[in-house]
Design a protein around this ligand. Structure first.
Ligand code: GLN
Length: 547
C-alpha cells in the first residue's frame, strides 16, 4: 500500500505549497521511490478551464486532456512524469459526482450531507492514486489556507484518513510563514502557532512544520516552534527564500526533509540520493555563460503566473544552451506600426503567446510582421501561430481583412476557422480540443530538425484551426505546413523556410518541457536567438569599422 503525505498551508496563501510538494517529491524520487502529487482545490468550478488567467494563473493541460491547476506543471517539471485527470480535484467536481449519484438514486432514502457524503467522495479521490499500485508515496496538496470555510471538508477528510490508516502510513506537513518585523528586527513565530492551533481544533496535528522565512531561523526558535506547536525537534524545517524554485529541493535536502519524512513513514533511507542531473541543471541556471533577450508578446503580462509554463520552459531552454534567457514581457495591446521598431529592435527573439478573444490581437500581428520582415527568430504558440497565419495572409498573400472567425465571424478570408467538431458544442467547460494528439513532421523542415523525430505527440487546448482550403496558396507563397495530425489532416506546425527560424505551433509545447527534458522548440528558439545576437554584433562591428 502507498503512504500518504498531506501538505496544508497556514497564515497566508502563496507560500509555495506546490513547490514544496514538488521538491519533497523530487528528493523522495531521487532516493528511488515512485512518487506522485495531487492537488485538491476548494473552489466550486469543476476545473480551472473556464477561469480567466488573471483569476488563477495559467491553465495547465495534462496528457489525458484535463484542464488543471498550474501547480501540476511544477509537479511534471520536477518529477518528469505525467500527471492526469485524477491528480487535480476541485470542490465543484466532488459535488458534481455526489449530486449525479443522488439523481441516479445511489443514496435513495437518505439525506445527502457534507459529512459523510462529500467527505467520502473526497476520501475516495484522495486514496485513488495510492491504490493503483503504481506509487509508493502519494503527496496531496490541499489548496487554500487552513481556517478558510471552504477548506474544512478537506481537512476533515484528512483527519478521517489519519484515523483509519496506521500512524506511519500518513504524514501531515504544514507550511507556514515566519514573518520578519522590521521595526522589532525580529522573526515572529506566533502566526505559526495560531495556524497550528487552528488545524488542531479540527483534530489534525501536523507532524512536520515547514517554515517559510526570509531570514535564517535560529536553533532557539526551532526549539520554541517545536514545543509550542507540538512537533518533534527535527520536524521544524526551514524554507528560506531562494532565487530559483529549482534550488528548493536542494534547500530541503540540507534541512534533511527527506530523511525526516522517511523516518516518520518507516521507509528505508538506505538508497543513496542521486541528484547529479538536477545539480548540473541548477549550476547552469546559476552560472550562465551569456544571455539572450526574448520578447514575450501577450496580453496577460501583468501577471507572471499567466504564462508560467512558458517562463519555466525558457529557463530549461536557456540552461540547455548555457545562457540566461531574459524574458521581456511586451503588452500586445500597446503595439502598433508606429512604435513596433522602438519596442522590439533590441530583442534577439520573439514568442507570441497563446490566448483567447480579440483584445491585443492587432499588436500580435504587427509584432509578427516585424519578426518576419527582419528575420528575427519567431515562435508562435496556439493563438500565436494563428496570428502568424493571419499576418501572412494579409501581408504576403494580399488577403485584405483576413482573420480568424473567432475574432471576426464575417471575415472575407477565414484563414483560421472553427474546427468542424466544435461547431455543435454549446457548453464551455472541458469542451475544447484538449490533451495529447499525434503529429507527423515533414522531411527537410525546421520542425523535424529540432525534434529529430518524424512522429511526435503534443498537448492541445483550442477550438480554432488552420483552414486547409487555403493551404496550397500559403505553401506556394512560402509558408509551409511542416506538421500535421496524421488522423485528420489538421495543420499543427507552420514555418517559413525562407527565414532562419520562423515557426508556429497549434499545440502547447511549454506543457511538456521539464528539467530532465527541456523542450526542443524552446532549446531551438534560444539557440536561434544566440545566433541572431552574434550575427548582429558582427554586422555592427563591420559597420563601425567601415565607417
Ligand atoms: N483562441 C484560440 C483557439 O481557441 C487559441 C487558443 C490558445 O491559444 N490556447 O483556437
Amino acid at each position: 500500500m502507498a503512504k500518504y503525505i498531506f501538505v496544508t498551508g497556514g497564515v497566508t496563501s502563496s507560500l509555495g505549497k506546490g513547490i514544496f510538494a514538488a521538491s519533497l517529491a523530487k528528493l523522495l524520487q531521487a532516493r528511488g521511490y515512485r512518487v506522485t502529487i495531487q492537488k485538491f482545490d476548494p473552489y466550486i468550478n469543476v476545473d480551472p478551464g473556464t477561469l480567466n488567467p488573471y483569476e488563477h494563473g495559467e491553465c495547465y493541460v495534462t496528457e489525458d486532456g484535463a484542464e488543471t491547476d498550474l501547480d501540476l506543471g511544477h509537479y511534471e517539471r520536477f518529477l518528469n512524469i505525467p500527471t492526469s485527470q485524477a491528480n487535480n480535484v476541485t470542490t465543484g467536481r466532488v459535488y458534481q459526482t455526489v449530486i449525479t449519484k443522488e439523481r441516479e438514486g445511489a443514496y435513495l432514502g437518505k439525506t445527502v450531507q457534507v459529512i459523510p457524503h462529500i467527505t467520502d467522495e473526497i476520501k475516495r479521490r484522495m486514496l485513488l492514486l495510492g491504490q493503483t499500485g503504481e506509487f509508493d508515496i502519494v503527496i496531496t496538496e490541499i489548496g487554500g489556507t487552513v481556517g478558510d470555510i471552504e477548506a474544512l471538508p478537506y481537512i476533515e477528510t484528512l483527519r478521517q484518513i489519519r484515523w483509519e490508516l496506521e500512524e506511519h502510513d500518513t504524514l501531515v506537513c504544514h507550511l507556514t510563514l515566519i514573518p520578519y518585523l522590521k521595526s522589532a528586527k525580529e522573526l515572529k513565530t506566533k502566526p505559526t502557532q495560531h495556524s497550528v492551533k487552528e488545524l488542531q481544533t479540527i483534530g489534525v496535528r501536523p507532524d512536520i512544520l515547514v517554515c517559510r522565512t526570509e531570514m535564517e531561523i535560529t536553533d532557539e526558535m526551532r526549539k520554541k516552534l517545536a514545543l509550542f506547536c507540538n512537533v518533534e525537534r527535527d520536524c521544524v524545517i526551514q524554507a528560506l527564500d531562494v532565487n530559483s524554485i529549482y534550488a528548493v529541493p536542494i534547500e530541503m535536502q540540507k534541512e534533511k526533509a527527506d530523511l525526516t519524512v522517511l523516518r516518520k513513514l518507516q521507509l528505508s533511507a538506505e538508497k543513496p540520493i542521486d541528484l547529479t542531473k538536477w545539480n548540473e541543471f541548477l549550476e547552469k541556471v546559476r552560472n550562465p555563460k551569456g544571455e539572450v533577450r526574448i520578447g514575450l508578446i501577450g496580453k496577460y503580462i501583468e501577471l507572471q503566473d499567466a504564462y508560467k509554463s512558458i517562463h519555466e520552459s525558457f529557463i530549461h531552454g536557456g540552461a540547455a544552451n548555457n545562457v540566461k534567457v531574459i524574458v521581456e514581457s511586451v503588452h500586445s495591446e500597446h503595439l502598433d506600426e508606429s512604435n513596433v521598431h522602438e519596442a522590439l529592435r533590441h530583442l534577439d527573439g520573439l514568442l507570441v503567446a497563446p490566448g483567447f478573444g480579440n483584445r491585443g490581437i492587432e499588436g500580435k500581428i504587427v509584432a509578427i510582421k516585424y519578426a518576419r520582415e527582419n528575420k528575427i527568430p519567431f515562435f508562435g504558440i496556439c493563438l500565436g501561430m494563428q496570428c502568424a497565419v493571419i499576418e501572412f495572409a494579409r501581408n504576403v498573400l494580399g488577403m485584405k481583412g483576413a482573420h480568424s472567425t473567432e475574432m471576426n465571424p464575417n471575415t472575407p478570408h477565414p484563414v483560421i476557422d472553427m474546427m468542424e467538431a466544435q461547431k455543435k458544442i454549446k457548453n464551455k467547460g472541458g469542451t475544447m480540443r484538449l490533451g495529447a494528439y499525434r503529429c507527423d513532421l515533414k522531411a527537410d523542415t525546421l520542425a523535424l530538425r529540432l525534434y529529430g523525430s518524424e512522429h511526435i505527440s503534443e498537448r492541445h487546448r483550442h477550438r480554432f484551426e488552420f483552414n486547409n482550403t487555403y493551404l496550397e496558396q500559403f505553401e506556394n507563397a512560402g509558408m509551409l505546413a511542416s506538421g500535421k495530425n496524421p488522423d485528420n489532416g489538421l495543420v499543427e506546425v507552420v514555418e517559413i523556410p525562407g527565414n532562419p527560424f520562423f515557426i508556429g505551433v497549434q499545440y502547447h509545447p511549454e506543457l511538456k518541457s521539464t528539467v530532465d527534458n527541456p523542450h526542443p522548440l524552446f532549446v531551438g528558439l534560444v539557440k536561434a536567438a544566440m545566433e541572431f545576437k552574434a550575427a548582429l554584433k558582427t554586422t555592427t562591428v563591420k559597420e563601425t569599422v567601415n565607417a
